[in-house]
Design a protein around this ligand. Structure first.
Ligand code: ATP
Ligand code: MG
Length: 574
């Protein structure tokens, strides 16, 4: 492709609202443009890269036995009512009506659609297993669309759904797709870590998120053990248990703590360390109250708490509800003498003689003890793991990181097939629910993550597999016929060889602009025809990734470039 015949509107500066490097570079390199908040158009070069990510995904999904199909974007309300997700999705779902008033949504995901297909079409165990997948546009009215393609409201997803006859079958299918995911991201040039995850609103049990470590762009907090590789999303992360505290139980005392409400204030006022205090937090889970207790120096994880009760909605109780239930205001509440379900974190159960609110404004209790003064209904892990906590598997101090979730895999089991009554006839002649898995990859987010991982201050450094072109020819002075003629010759020769080549044939810009744009666009190899060519017929080949420059004789350039490209692909396929 000739630069003058394609459309690459590069920008010197990124628009103000782009915070993230990948977002800035995608705009500056003319890969995409914003239409509305979280809604983008792909321009020619961006589209080429996007198509390459799709191609890699297709190849690996097909190899793993996936069958590509395409569901509609517009989905009828009825199937969502069957699973209860018409309401659960809430405002994140784009809803619409047709002229007759029938309700629909723009699909945020397609479990309902695929189960609706399977229950009508897959009848016998003989037809199983089946994995269907599609690459399709999804719609989610995210509360905070940001970071460009990372969290968009309209975005491309590869979503796959598997149907097996039994758990063993699901295990096999899950592993196949899990491995396909590893290859997909590797081939795209991404370094991902599969982390254990909470399966969230989608339901089911086992789940993994594939994350790219990025402290700046990452929105998923996860813990990582540098020794044994244990990795888990903060909502699923565990740490080694705390040790039991020793000592005799002391008599409970009520003490005045005027104006001391937060853990910090109470700790300072009483001169007692935070880890001897217990934080009491009143929550409402699907309409039922739960008092959650965590150690004063810990943070509660709401998702862990919610999942514990199999809840769908969780919110902190209102000030009024707190007052009505405990007789005190937030900051003075505690577990002693309240008539509400209590969930204590495991660490709290190891504590002795601790401090809690007294359920009376301005007062706290000291020397409180579990068993003697109150009894929690459940003792479980509901705290956030922190950096430095010990690994649950090997005891090494854990690290805390942020990651970009580019894909996720779930073992769903029968959650959806039961809700939608989707059954098949098994070997034993009995009807059984399909055992399902589901597997997503954010295509645009993957592309953005690639740029986030591969850039420098000059621009993008594309991995060859997803670069818009493999090589860029840069004739520095088009008015010099020797230079432009050679460029033209190489351009045709490269194309004949099947290479994907872009030639910066602009006549109206100087060498400086061409160099800057080439580094910004980040095509992996630059073939520069200029000064060295005029001097001794040598062509400079620059590797954008390493910055390495090699002088190559004109008649050897094609072979040199071809070899380099092959090496680059091989490195990604290893
Ligand atoms: P997140 O926690 O980031 O919102 P999710 O758990 O809602 O993600 P899934 O429903 O599992 O995501 O979707 C599968 C994949 O689709 C994700 O792993 C991610 O790569 C991508 N994805 C999800 N939401 C968005 C979005 N708003 N914009 C771009 N990609 C997205
Ligand atoms: Mg989401």
């Amino acid at each position: 492709m000739r630069f003058t015949e394609t459309f690459v509107p590069t920008l010197r500066e990124a628009p103000q609202d782009a915070e993230l490097i990948s977002h800035k570079l995608m705009l500056r390199a003319g890969l995409m443009r914003k239409m509305a908040s979280g809604i983008y158009s792909f321009l020619p070069l961006g589209l080429r890269s996007l198509e390459k990510v799709k191609k890699i995904i297709r190849e690996e999904m097909d190899k793993a036995g996936g069958l590509e199909l395409l569901f509609p974007t517009i989905l009828p309300k009825e199937i969502w009512v069957e699973t209860g997700r018409w309401d659960i999705y809430g405002n994140e779902m784009f809803k619409l009506k047709d002229r007759k008033g029938r309700e629909f949504c723009l699909g945020p995901t397609h479990e309902e659609a695929v189960v609706d297909l399977a229950r009508g079409e897959l009848r016998s165990y003989k037809e199983l297993p089946k994995t269907f997948y599609q690459i399709q546009t999804k719609y989610r009215d995210e509360i905070r669309p940001r970071f460009g393609l990372m969290r968009a409201r309209e975005f491309l997803m590869k979503d796959a759904y598997s149907f097996d006859a039994d758990e063993e079958g699901l295990e096999k299918t899950y592993n196949k797709i899990f491995n396909a995911y590893k290859r997909i991201f590797k081939r795209c040039g991404l370094t991902t870590i599969p982390i254990e995850a909470d399966s969230g609103a989608i339901g089911g049990k086992v789940s993994h998120e594939f994350v790219v470590i990025s402290e700046k762009a990452g929105e998923s907090d996860f813990v990582y053990c540098p020794k044994c590789g244990y990795a888990a999303n903060i909502e699923a992360a565990k740490s080694a248990d705390a040790e039991e505290e020793n000592g005799e139980m002391q008599p409970v005392e009520k003490v005045s703590t005027p104006n001391a409400k937060t853990i910090e204030e109470v700790s300072n006022f009483l001169n007692i360390p935070k880890k001897k205090l217990v934080k009491s937090l009143l929550y409402k889970i699907d309409g039922e109250f739960v008092l959650a207790l965590v150690r004063g120096d810990d943070e509660l994880n709401e998702v862990k708490l919610k999942n514990l009760f199999g809840g769908k909605f969780i919110s902190p109780a209102s000030e009024e509800e707190v007052k009505n239930l405990t007789g005190a205001q937030v900051g003075s509440i505690g577990p002693v003498g309240v008539n509400v379900k209590i969930a204590a974190d495991k660490r709290v159960s190891k504590m002795k003689n601790f401090v809690t609110g007294a359920n009376e404004d301005g007062y706290h209790l000291i020397n409180v003890n579990i068993g003697r003064d109150f009894t929690p209904q459940v003792v479980v892990d509901i705290r956030n793991v922190k950096a430095g906590d010990l690994c649950p598997k090997c005891g090494t101090p854990l690290e805390l990181h942020k990651g970009i979730e580019v894909g996720q895999t779930f073992k769903l089991g029968t959650v959806y097939s039961k809700k939608m009554n989707a059954k098949f006839l098994d070997k034993d002649g009995k009807e059984k629910y399909f055992i399902m898995g589901c597997y997503g990859i954010g295509v645009g987010r993957t592309l953005a993550a690639v740029i986030e991982e591969h850039n420098d201050k000059y621009g993008i450094k594309w991995p060859v597999s997803v670069a818009p072109y493999e090589v860029e020819i840069i004739p520095l002075n088009m008015s010099d016929e020797d230079i432009s003629g050679t460029a033209e010759f190489l351009y045709k020769d490269f194309e004949k060889e099947g290479m994907e080549v872009l030639m910066d044939d602009r006549n109206d810009v100087g060498a400086g602009v061409k160099f800057n744009d080439a580094d910004l666009l980040g095509i992996p190899l630059q073939v520069i025809i200029g000064r060295t060519f005029k001097k001794d017929r040598k062509i400079e080949v620059k590797d954008r990734e390493s910055g390495e420059k090699t002088l190559v004789k004109l008649n050897e350039v094609k072979e040199f470039v071809k070899k380099k490209i092959t090496e680059k692909y091989n490195a990604l396929n290893e």
